[in-house]
Design a protein around this ligand. Structure first.
Ligand SMILES: Cc1cc2nc3c(=O)[nH]c(=O)nc-3n(C[C@H](O)[C@H](O)[C@H](O)COP(=O)(O)OP(=O)(O)OC[C@H]3O[C@@H](n4cnc5c(N)ncnc54)[C@H](O)[C@@H]3O)c2cc1C
Length: 301
């Protein structure tokens, strides 16, 4: 099937893009990489009257350190993040790791960070990491710029706090802990995960968990922060057994939906498994980073 007829605008600035949205009205759509929108248009599940293409907008394709945070411009591609190096990315290594797990190369070359967040697929890796890290979204509309915390931005499957005449221009991501990790399960390589987990932990010298942050996707209509993780894991002792018990206990509190990919009960089992994998990785990374710190302190004495 072909998409319905639509007008097309290729603005040069973000302000012009907003003006084009206003000119064409609420049935106009922004297009960035087109990797989610175009398939829907070909299936006629999306029938925009106009596309406002962000491909030539200056300044939106950027990765820049902003103090302890990373600022990611909306049209930065998954591939640009996957292959990014240099001092600005130091401490953000979990981002290229996550990018590698998104889709296939041709999709990663075109699909954008901002497009993924604006698309608000509850299973998307960027929505999960943005939730774990407490990202702030910058939106531009006719009244200027506003910041929206990720928890207020993602409103459900395909729904965000963006108004019809607003565009997402960038995202501020606080620096992850050195232990940050992401684990996922999908039916096929290169497809959206069914369930994914992202975690950060801090450890005491005896290896027990002193702080934790954990988020899961694929268990609700948007990624969820596991508020109970701290209570369940901190003070639980070290080693595999407390991690496994915590992952199981946290998964058992969930009531995931059933759909074509998995039943709710199966998603709960997956949640326990991917959460445990991510926690194990986080503990291992926290241990390695503590060892590296001790070694460098000893070397500098
Ligand atoms: C085969 C395949 C496999 C995939 N696998 C994965 C996967 O494993 N993980 C994953 O997360 N995703 C996956 N995806 C989805 C896709 O990669 C992302 O959703 C996509 O990259 C979104 O970015 P985009 O730039 O292509 O957005 P587009 O398709 O251009 O836009 C998506 C939506 O966001 C809106 N939008 C885009 N940019 C902005 C903006 N700056 N401001 C306001 N609104 C905006 C559009 O209007 C549209 O509604 C897959 C897609 C395909 C085709």
């Amino acid at each position: 099937m072909r998409p319905v007829r639509f007008a097309y605008a290729r603005p040069r600035t973000a302000e012009e893009a907003v003006a084009e949205l206003r000119r064409h009205g609420p049935l106009a759509r922004v297009v960035a990489g087109g990797q989610s929108l175009l398939p829907l248009m070909y299936q006629r599940r999306e029938r925009p009257t106009a596309l406002v293409d962000l491909g030539s907008v200056d300044g939106l394709r950027s990765l820049r350190r902003d103090g302890d945070a990373l600022h990611i411009g909306a049209t930065t591609t998954h591939r640009a993040i996957e292959t990014a190096t240099g001092p600005d990315l130091r401490g953000f290594e979990v981002l290229p790791e996550a990018a590698r797990q998104i889709a296939h190369l041709p999709v990663r070359v075109r699909g954008t960070f901002g497009g993924s967040l604006a698309n608000a697929d509850p299973r998307a890796e960027w929505c999960l990491l943005a939730t774990l890290l407490g990202a702030e979204i910058t939106a531009l509309g006719p009244d200027g710029v506003r910041g929206v915390p990720i928890g207020d931005f993602l409103l459900g499957d395909g729904r965000t706090a963006l108004g019809w005449d607003e565009i997402l221009v960038g995202v501020r991501l606080p620096r992850p802990a050195p232990s940050a990790a992401l684990a996922e399960f999908g039916w096929q390589d290169g497809s959206l995960p069914v369930v994914a987990a992202a975690t950060e932990v801090e450890l005491a010298p005896d290896g027990s968990v002193t702080a934790v942050r954990a988020a899961l996707s694929g268990v609700a209509d948007r990624p969820v922060l596991l508020a109970e993780a701290e209570r369940v894991l901190v003070g639980g002792g070290s080693g595999e057994q407390p991690l496994a018990a915590a992952a199981r206990g946290l998964a058992d509190t969930l009531d995931p939906p059933s759909d074509a990919w998995a039943s709710g009960a199966y998603r709960r089992e997956l949640a326990a498994a991917v959460l445990l994998r991510s926690l194990r990785d986080s503990v291992s990374r926290a241990t390695t980073s503590a060892l590296a710190r001790t070694t460098s302190q000893e070397a500098s004495r």
